[in-house]
Design a protein around this ligand. Structure first.
Ligand SMILES: *Cc1c(COP(=O)(O)O)cnc(C)c1O
Length: 389
């Protein structure tokens, strides 16, 4: 098996003695041993096997194997949410006194981890601007251990050069962690460019239907064994039910991403000419400042576009209130199209200046383009734009 789609469908635990075709759910907290000696051997790591679902579970194993194959990495762990994955990847690999260099445009809770949670334990961080990558050398400190980036960024859709990041991390002996949530392994595989750890909020496109939370930490065997030690004993494990849902979702990831990307590109092109907008941002629009870079490292532009409305917060809220079909909810990557207004919600705790530095204008609307017919998505947006004038 070599193709992405085939692996995402055909990797499985294999049949149990019931000869089922679809993988069953192993909703069990623990696993039994044949004998006291077998229990001893498993606890001593002399033989492999499931012991307890905080450590491992067949549904998690199946999901992890699929996602590792998709990302081109050796091993991984599944966590209860994306944030458990972000936290676990940092907390397990860093120590008191270490320093993280990160791209400024980060998911809101990741920003909270770096600025509020880790400083409590003496782990500090510095942000670098994507527009000023030439100066990142100056941001590396003697105690810098990790480079943490998100590309495309949420919600500014800025792109970081993964080839550059891989070389930069290698030159400075840093662990490169890439949050690959927006692109998914179908569109971009950071490990190919030198990322040591790839993290995901599986809640987004990997689920793709807004049902379950989940997270993933993926990488080479050595690093993942350190992360595994940490997660086994701190307990952010994913539920076997959620792992089952997400493993099923992996079967349709390629198909869904193709349609998300098609619908998003068509919508972005349509609204490019709109007089109601300052501009539309989408990685695969030629007007995107990093269009060439996006083309180099991504198979397609992803499912998120930003509409930058003229008229600021008031206009943006009026636009949202006039949508008929598109949902107002903080999730993204769902089969249903979703809008959010970051300036008044997810990024409202940032100051105006901090928002502007990461490209969040008052009129910015994040549109997660769903799988409905593209004409219906465009029509809903267009009519709400008219009514908000
Ligand atoms: C949603 C998201 C997260 C957090 O994931 P949860 O599953 O909500 O905990 C982290 N990073 C990015 C880029 C996200 O979009």
């Amino acid at each position: 098996m070599s193709h992405f789609e085939t692996n995402a469908i055909r990797i499985s635990n294999g049949k149990s003695n019931q000869r089922e075709h679809s993988s069953p759910i192993y909703l069990t907290s623990s696993f039994t041993f044949e004998s006291a000696e077998e229990a001893r051997q498993m606890f001593a790591d002399e033989i492999e096997g499931n012991i307890y679902s905080r450590y491992s579970n067949p549904n998690l194993a199946e999901l992890i194997e699929k996602v590792c194959s998709a990302e081109g990495v050796e091993n991984g762990i599944a966590t209860a949410s994306g944030m458990a994955a972000m936290f676990g990847s940092m907390a397990s690999l860093l120590q008191q006194g270490d320093h993280i260099l990160a791209s400024r445009s980060l998911f809101g809770s990741t920003h909270q981890l770096l600025t509020k949670v880790f400083p409590k334990w003496g782990i500090t961080s510095t942000y670098g601007d994507i527009s000023d990558i030439a100066n990142w050398e100056k941001l590396v400190q003697p105690n810098t251990k990790m480079l943490f980036i998100e590309t495309p960024s949420n919600p500014g859709l800025e792109i970081i050069d993964l080839e550059w990041a891989g070389k930069f991390a290698a030159a400075h002996n840093l662990i490169l962690v890439v949050d690959n949530c927006f692109a998914t392994p179908y569109l971009q595989q950071p490990a190919k460019w030198g990322a040591h750890i790839v993290t995901h909020s599986a809640t987004k496109y990997i689920d793709g239907q807004g049902r379950v939370l989940g997270g993933l930490i993926l990488g080479n065997k050595e690093l993942i064994s350190e992360v595994t030690y940490f997660t086994r004993h701190t307990g952010p494990s994913m539920s076997p039910f959620n792992a089952w849902v997400l493993s099923k979702s992996m079967e349709t990831l390629a198909l869904r991403m193709d349609r998300h990307c098609d619908n998003a590109l068509k919508s972005a092109k349509y609204f490019q000419e709109s007089k109601d907008l300052e501009f539309v941002k989408y990685p695969f629009l030629e007007s995107h400042p990093q269009y060439e870079l996006a083309k180099k490292q991504m198979k397609a532009g992803g499912g998120i576009i930003t509409l930058n409305l003229k008229g600021g917060i008031h206009r943006a809220q009026k636009f949202i209130d006039n949508l008929q079909m598109i949902s107002i909810t903080p999730n993204l990557g769902d089969s249903r199209s979703i809008v959010t207004h970051p300036a008044s919600t997810t990024h409202s705790k940032l100051t105006q200046e901090e928002r502007e530095r990461v490209g969040i204008t008052d009129g910015l609307i994040r549109l997660s383009v769903g799988l409905e017919h593209v004409d219906d998505i465009i029509q809903d947006v267009e009519s709400a734009l008219e009514k908000s004038r």
